[in-house]
Design a protein around this ligand. Structure first.
Ligand SMILES: [Zn+2]
Length: 210
């Protein structure tokens, strides 16, 4: 039989995120500081679940105007129009540029949606103190965190779309309120993922053993 793995938390120790010193945790202390470098110490990110939920719910609310409000206003010699993400997708799809339609659909509609669903799954399962698929859920968190850094891709897509249209016609393009809501979704889901402490996934295992 392999000996049970030891965690710092189970031994009442905390790791300093700044200098790496292992310090003894004072019980129930909320503002402990690293004895060597003075950085904030905590066993788990403070109020991780509450903060993550708050950011996630705000992102979900912003996702609605991001999809319903116009992403950009185009005005040319032929008149002016406003486009939402979906109408942009439909436009590229019907004009034969299906790969652009696909990129925009995945980057702007699917990826943020999947990210929010994944975060919700992580938060709900942690709150239920679930011991289901621990490794898979930890991997899921890593994916969500990694995607966060790249989901500015969506903003690039808009920029490329603007550039394409600017080149094609004598048109002026202005970003619409949908673009602001969209940027908010990207930033909020990133912060929600940062606020989530993946160690919480493994805490029920500790409790079961101890
Ligand atoms: Zn330190």
């Amino acid at each position: 039989m392999t000996p049970a793995p030891v965690t710092a938390a189970s031994r009442g120790m905390m790791l300093c995120h700044a200098c790496g010193l292992l310090a003894r945790a004072a019980p129930h202390s909320h503002d402990a500081a690293c004895p060597r470098c003075g950085a904030h110490l905590h066993l788990r990110k403070p109020d991780s679940i509450t903060r993550s939920w708050a950011l996630l719910l705000t992102a979900m609310i912003c996702y609605i105007p991001a999809n319903l409000l116009p992403m950009m206003y185009t005005s040319s010699l032929f008149g002016s129009e406003s486009d939402t993400i979906m109408s942009g997708v439909v436009y590229f799809w019907t004009s034969g540029e299906w790969y652009l339609a696909l990129i925009i659909f995945i980057a702007s509609i699917m990826v943020p949606l999947m990210k929010m669903i994944a975060l919700m799954l992580l938060l709900v399962s942690v709150q239920m103190r679930s011991r289901w698929q621990l490794v898979q859920r930890t991997k899921l968190y890593r994916v969500v965190e990694a995607v966060g850094r790249w989901s500015m891709l969506d903003i690039y897509v808009v920029a490329i779309m603007v550039a394409l249209v600017q080149l094609k016609a004598l048109a002026t393009i202005l970003p619409g309120p949908g673009a602001i809501a969209f940027g908010a979704v990207v930033v909020l889901t990133m912060f929600a993922a940062m606020a989530f402490d993946p160690r919480l996934i493994w805490d029920p295992v500790e409790e079961q053993r101890g």
